[in-house]
Structure formats: C-alpha cells, structure tokens
Write a protein that binds this ligand. Sequence first.
Ligand SMILES: Nc1ncnc2c1ncn2[C@@H]1O[C@H](COP(=O)(O)OP(=O)(O)OP(=O)(O)O)[C@@H](O)[C@H]1O
Ligand SMILES: [Mg+2]
Length: 368
Amino acid sequence: MFDSNPFPGAFGLDISDLSIKLIQLENISDPKNGPTFNLKNIRNISLPPGLIINGEIAQESQVIHYIQKLLKGNNSKDKPIKSPWVVINLPETHTFIKLIIINKNIDEIIQDDIEIEAQKYIPFTEKDMHYLDWEAIPIENEPNKTKIIMAAAPKAITESYVSLIEKAGLNLVAIDIESLSIARAMVTADKQYQNEARALLDIGGTRSNIIIYDNDTVQFSATLPFSGELLTTALEQKLGISHEKAEQEKYKYGLKYQDQTKIWTALMEQTKQFISQIQKDIYFYYSHFPKTNTITHITMCGGSSILQGLDQVLTNELKIECKPGRVWKNLNSNKAIKVPYEESIKYATAIGLALRAADNPFTKSDSI
Ligand SMILES: Nc1ncnc2c1ncn2[C@@H]1O[C@H](COP(=O)(O)OP(=O)(O)OP(=O)(O)O)[C@@H](O)[C@H]1O
Ligand SMILES: [Mg+2]
C-alpha cells in the first residue's frame, strides 16, 4: 500500500462548464499513520461561458489554453506544475454507474465477468458504449459474493475528454466518475456507518448532484438542475438588476433574511423545486434499492452549498440534518491548510480526484 507512486506528482483536474480546478497532493502515508496526504497545489481558473456546455466541449482549443494557463500558474507566486500525470472525471450527466453482486470470491473475479454483466445493465448500444472502470468490494461474512460498481460513459464524450487532455500535453492516469470522486473526499474514509446512510449534495455553478452512499458504497446518483447560476439569473430577472449585482445580493443575503422579501421569494421559489427533486430522488432510492438504510445526514459541498440559510431551509423541509462538510478530512494531515472555508468547499470533486491520483494505483485490486 505504501509503495511509491509510478505517476509522480499526479494531480486531479476538475473540469466544469465555468471553471477548472486543480488539486495536487503529496502522499506521505506510512504504516504507522495510514493514508496521509499533504496539500501541494490548489488552483482554480474561471472559464467564460460557451467553451464547455452541459459537459460537452464546444471550443477545444480555448479550453486547452485555459488548462495550460492553470498549469503555468495564475499568479506570480505559483510555480508551473511539472508532472504530466492527471486524473479527470467525466460530467455526471454523461456517466452511468451500476452496483451489482457477482457470486464469486473477490480474488476470482476476472474482466470477462464484468463485461458480461455490463452488457445487461449499461444503457448504451454496444457501439456507443465506452466501458470505463469497475471497483470490487468484498462483502462481510459472505466470501463467495462480491459487490461490483461498474462505470460507463458514451464513447464520444469520453474520447473528447481524452483528446483534450492529450492535446494539452498531459497524460491520463485515470478517468473517474464525478459521484465517486465526491464520495472519496466527503465520506469519512475510516468510519463505519452502521445501519445509516448518507446523502451528499454537490451544489455548483451550473448544476447539482445528489449521491446516496449506503452499505459502504455509492448506490445512486442523479443530476439536479439547481445551481448558483440559476439563482443569480432568477434574482437578475425578478429584481431587474445586472447579473453582477444579482451575484452580490445572492452572496450578501441568500435565504437568511426573510425581510429582504424580493430576494428571499425569488431564491425560495427555485429552492422549493430543488427540495421536491431531492425528495423524489430519496424516495426513488428507498423504493427501488434493496436493504436501504435511513439517510440520517446530508453533507453538502460545492460553491453554492454555502448560500446563507440554505442548510437551514433544507434541514427544515427535508427533516434530515443538512450541513456543508469538511472537504480536507480524508487527507488526515496535521499540516494546517490555509485556504478559507468558503473557497475550500468548491474543491470537493478536485480533492477526490487528487486522492485517487496520489494513491498508488497498482497496489489495489480495485481501480475506481
Ligand atoms: N458565499 C457564497 N454564497 C452563495 N453562492 C456562492 C458563494 N460562493 C460561491 N457561490 C456560488 O458557487 C458557484 C460556483 O461553485 P463551484 O465552484 O462549486 O461550481 P463549479 O464546480 O464551477 O460548477 P459545476 O460543478 O456546477 O459545473 C457560483 O455560482 C457562485 O455564485
Ligand atoms: Mg463542480
């Protein structure tokens, strides 16, 4: 487990419609302290609208330009990132995961077992399907059964990201699935959740994801249309103010001040729809999955999760405690991280990618 990484300096790159974020970690794990990582680099660059639209790369050369700018360093203090090794993810909207059980011991599972199962469950025609990755998880007290999380994405979208990374002069170590990267950062790695499930809510600039983590794995994930841009645009239209001013009012008041009637009403209108979408997804999970546990806590991340008052409104309406989480917890590092909380919370996905990048990929039986 503690061998040196064959991809030195590998980092995570979280490519979104309106931003690219980079996290590089240093693996300082040792047998005494277990998995431990120090933060080496944290960077973010905004993208103008139109370069990536709903996860599809619309202007490749422009996106490459921004990736290279980010690698070089945004400000004079930054040193260029020298490592070519990168882990990226594909946008949640374009990926598919399925959890299955195979009646074999974890050590006996071969690639063919997974491929046969994949054809039954993955909703793309064989020609379009790009089969990505799988992870095997042992089942306690049942040595002849193994849980498998399979991940897939359409070929065209996968190839467009592979091409982007290659043309940017980087080498791909792995392609991750967004819900799995978020869970890697936000679910406490060394904690056993007995008889309780967690939901994770990533509320970003252009969309949100709900992820349900239960019985030791990600079980279900879905994309929801709620986002920071949606809220800003709602304020802009309802209050007849500029986008910039609407963004400022959103930060300043959020859902905290009911006496700011116009702001509160406009934001609440969108939030109510968000709440009913979350309720539908939670109900879907309880009614369609076997052996579900009750979701006792919702951990939030993403820049819009810290909208003032949002955690309280969600807690009251969903009757489940909702709170923005601690994104650095799985680094287990004693070294203080001097990044403000409001900034850190946007990096959950990138941290999950970086954790995978900094881990030696050849020392585990799984690959996600
Ligand atoms: N203090 C705050 N209050 C309210 N909203 C905020 C605050 N800080 C950031 N945001 C919002 O967070 C959003 C950006 O979040 P984030 O960086 O997680 O998105 P992203 O990863 O670029 O987008 P996505 O994951 O949706 O593709 C913006 O819409 C911004 O307005
Ligand atoms: Mg994001």
